[in-house]
Design a protein around this ligand. Structure first.
Ligand code: PHE
Length: 357
């Protein structure tokens, strides 16, 4: 009688289990599996050899072999679970954000802090100067009806002076024409209306904010820009008060050596009116591209409140008088920081922005 092919099964099974126990990685398992339980394993070879046994012996041997296979397969399954969970932990570790690394690389490569934009910073500085002179700060809407932006300011429909403001229309007519405000002057109307309604005259306020004009941007103009409006309504106010405020502001903000001048001009809502200019800081008055070779930069307009405007909001022009001014915040930033081309303010070139931090 030939020896049973399963004579060594005990030892063989022990060897297989030892092989499985020795696997350290999923790759080893995937490569080794075929030799342990797969087609090229001793178990499969033994399975085939059972065919040569007598049916009786085959039955018992089959059950033995089945048992051996089950134990090896269970060991493989358990090993697979172990190695998979170990692999998952390794992957999670690799994914983990090590804040220690972030901090130490930040220390090696200094990062830059954000800072207020140049226009916002300028607006704040201008507010400070005016607050120091006794003004309050107010604001108003950027979208206005035609009445606030024009009519209440003594600019009736189709008045030729409307050409001074290249207007973006939000809605035409019916029931009301609505525009993006072309200047901060409509805030004058809101403030005076509120003061009349609450019986709280006098007014000494500045109103900064964004304005819009259908202008083609160039070295001195942007289509969306910022103005700061000034409004004084009080008893006995004269043009000398206006000139004094403009000059005090110029010296306080641009420097004691800066010149300002008022040139006669026309605005429908002030009478008399003037344009307010300061020495060009780019060329110090010599003449350059930025100031169109005049040596002066126009900051804005001003004048004594027109009686028609006071009447429109119901203020008695015999008792009260006042002045208003309005000028460009972007223009101030440009002059203060000697920026030859105003478009640099909106181009967001970090090399430019960093210089102004
Ligand atoms: N609103 C005028 C403009 O934008 C400037 C101005 C303001 C003029 C106040 C007179 C009084 O051109």
């Amino acid at each position: 009688m030939t020896a049973s092919p399963l004579a060594q099964l005990q030892e063989q099974t022990t060897d297989l289990l030892a092989t499985v126990a020795a696997w350290q990685t999923l790759d080893e398992l995937l490569e080794g599996e075929v030799f342990v339980t797969g087609k090229r394993s001793i178990l499969s070879a033994l399975q085939k050899s059972l065919g040569s046994l007598e049916p009786e012996a085959r039955k018992g041997a089959g059950a033995q072999l089945q048992e051996a296979r089950r134990s090896v397969e269970a060991a493989v399954a358990q090993k697979r679970a172990e190695l998979e969970s170990a692999a998952r932990i390794v992957a999670l570790e690799a994914d983990r954000l090590d804040l220690g690394d972030v901090v130490s690389s930040a220390v090696r490569v200094p990062y830059s802090h954000g800072h207020p934009g140049i226009v916002a910073a300028t607006q704040r500085e201008l507010e400070d100067v005016f607050v120091g002179m006794g003004f309050r700060v107010a604001d108003g809407p950027e979208v206005e009806t035609d009445w606030y932006n024009f009519e209440a300011l003594n600019i009736p429909p189709a008045h030729p002076s409307r050409g001074m403001w290249d207007t973006f229309y939000v809605e035409l007519g019916d029931p009301e024409t609505v525009v993006l405000r072309t200047h901060t002057s409509p805030t004058q109307i809101h403030l005076m209306e509120a003061a009349v309604a609450s019986d709280s005259l006098p007014i000494h306020s500045v109103m900064p904010g964004r304005c819009y004009r259908r202008d083609t941007p160039d070295a001195r103009h942007l289509a969306a820009f910022h103005q700061i409006e000034g409004l004084v309504v009080d008893r006995g106010i004269t043009f000398a008060d206006l000139a004094g405020v403009i000059d005090t502001f110029t010296k306080a903000y641009f420097g004691a050596d800066m010149q300002s001048r008022l040139r006669p001009a026309f605005f429908p809502f002030t009478e008399p009116s003037a344009e307010f200019e300061i020495t060009c800081t780019i060329c110090r008055g010599e003449g350059c591209r930025t100031c169109s070779h005049t040596g002066w930069i126009e900051l804005g307009g001003c004048g004594m409140l027109d009686p028609a405007v006071l009447a429109a909001v119901g203020i008695d022009g015999d008792e009260w008088s006042g002045f208003a001014f309005g000028f460009g915040i972007d223009r101030c930033a440009q002059m203060r920081h000697q920026i030859a081309d105003m478009r640099a303010l909106i181009e967001n070139d970090v090399r430019f922005l960093r210089q102004l931090s």
